[in-house]
Design a protein around this ligand. Structure first.
Ligand code: NAP
Length: 345
């Protein structure tokens, strides 16, 4: 059994980690931590876990965590993990960090998008946890920087095409929508029910922090520097994320060729589901799952390639992919503990 701790277990991604890990066949969940709820049973904070997970939340203490855990998930707001991850690694733990702190191998890029980095030396060691693309490096990593939700959703359909040199990187446009849980559990006016329930709006237009993450990964594929126009939107739903990416192909291709390229790239990774011609992703079909559903459509009028992808932001966009990465790090089947299907309605 792999001994696992979740630091920040009462946030949305932390609680999702606990939900999935508590029934993972190869995991013993040995510690869950919280500042606000330390000492309380997890099932008091989340009553749906009553009589299933009544263990108590504890305060975070690195030595105590390291004593009982081989793998630690840090599910904290960015800036906090950079302060605690070095000590966890020093204690011999392997870490999957869900924040942005270790997603950029170049700390200057992180600092440009976020703020000064206090653990710069660890950025180049961290492996970017886009499971299907970087599995080989993830397998031996001590530290995985789990990707952002938008980057996961947008990169999965794009990467195989960019790797083949099929994409004109100077003309990428992505229009993406996220459910409100993407903003986390803390209370704010921007995500207050009355402020969002009847609305639909764009936000952080052209200035979202996930853009430099996406472009850094695409640039790392060695095909040039991408120019990405990225417009995120907030939709009045709790979970889910759908991205529509408009691509100019570097030379003419058939729609079927493009679909075959993506299908082939993920042939051995069953969480990426490339849909047949004429079918399109829906948030409902990925809800609560680790799937990324992808549709391909080549507009016959304009020649523009339209890629549509959908994930559950809290699962494939966060906790599920983090557990997939743990599975890969520990030599397990990447699907272990993650095979749940969505509810039908
Ligand atoms: N939500 C998503 O869809 C999503 C997707 C991908 C990545 N992420 C990333 O995953 C990380 C966690 O996100 P989340 O959505 O789970 O956030 P969240 O719901 O706000 O939870 C974060 C948790 O961290 C704990 N925490 C400890 N020290 C804290 C401090 N000083 N300030 C604030 N919280 C503190 C809090 O629990 P206690 O107060 O009980 O300790 C809080 O519940 C973030 O870095 C986020 O960017 C989120």
């Amino acid at each position: 059994m792999i001994r696992v701790a979740v630091v920040g277990a009462t946030g949305y991604t932390g609680a999702e980690l606990v939900r999935i890990l508590s029934v993972h066949p190869h995991v013993e969940l040995t510690m869950i931590t919280s500042r606000q709820y330390a000492g309380q049973p997890f099932s008091d904070v989340f009553p749906s876990f009553f009589q299933r997970l009544d263990c108590r939340l504890e305060s975070y203490e690195p030595k105590k965590v390291a004593d009982v855990a081989d793998v630690v998930f840090t599910a904290l707001p960015h800036k906090l993990p950079m302060a605690i991850v070095p000590e966890l690694l020093g204690e011999g733990c392997r870490v999957v960090d869900l924040s942005a702190d270790f997603r950029f191998s170049d700390p200057d890029l992180y600092e440009k998008a976020y703020e000064p980095h206090k653990a710069r030396a660890f950025c180049s060691e961290a492996v970017y946890g886009l499971s299907e693309v970087f599995a080989e490096k993830i397998a031996t990593a001590r530290l995985v920087g789990n990707p952002g939700c938008y980057p996961t959703c947008i990169l999965l359909p794009l990467v195989p095409l960019v790797q083949r040199g099929w994409v004109d990187l100077s003309h990428l446009i992505c229009d993406a929508k996220s459910g409100v849980s993407g903003a986390g559990r803390s209370v704010s006016l921007a995500t207050h029910y009355c402020e969002i329930a009847q609305g639909f709006k764009a936000y952080k237009v052209g200035m979202h922090r996930h853009r430099p993450e996406i472009t850094a990964i695409l640039e790392g594929l060695g095909q040039g520097r991408p120019q990405l126009t990225f417009v995120p939107h907030l939709v009045p739903t709790i979970r889910g994320m759908l991205a529509t990416t408009y691509v100019q192909l570097s030379e003419h291709r058939q729609e079927s060729e493009v679909r075959a390229c993506i299908t082939e790239a993920y042939a051995h990774h069953s969480f990426v589901r490339v849909l047949p011609e004429g079918r399109f992703p829906d948030l409902a079909f990925v809800r609560g799952t680790n799937f990324c559903d992808i549709a391909v459509r080549l507009d016959p009028e304009t020649g523009v390639l339209i890629l549509i992808s959908a994930i559950d932001n809290l699962v494939k966009g966060a906790a599920g992919q983090a557990i997939q990465n743990m599975n890969i790090m520990c030599g397990l089947d990447e699907r272990s503990g993650l095979e749940a299907l969505p509810p039908v309605i």
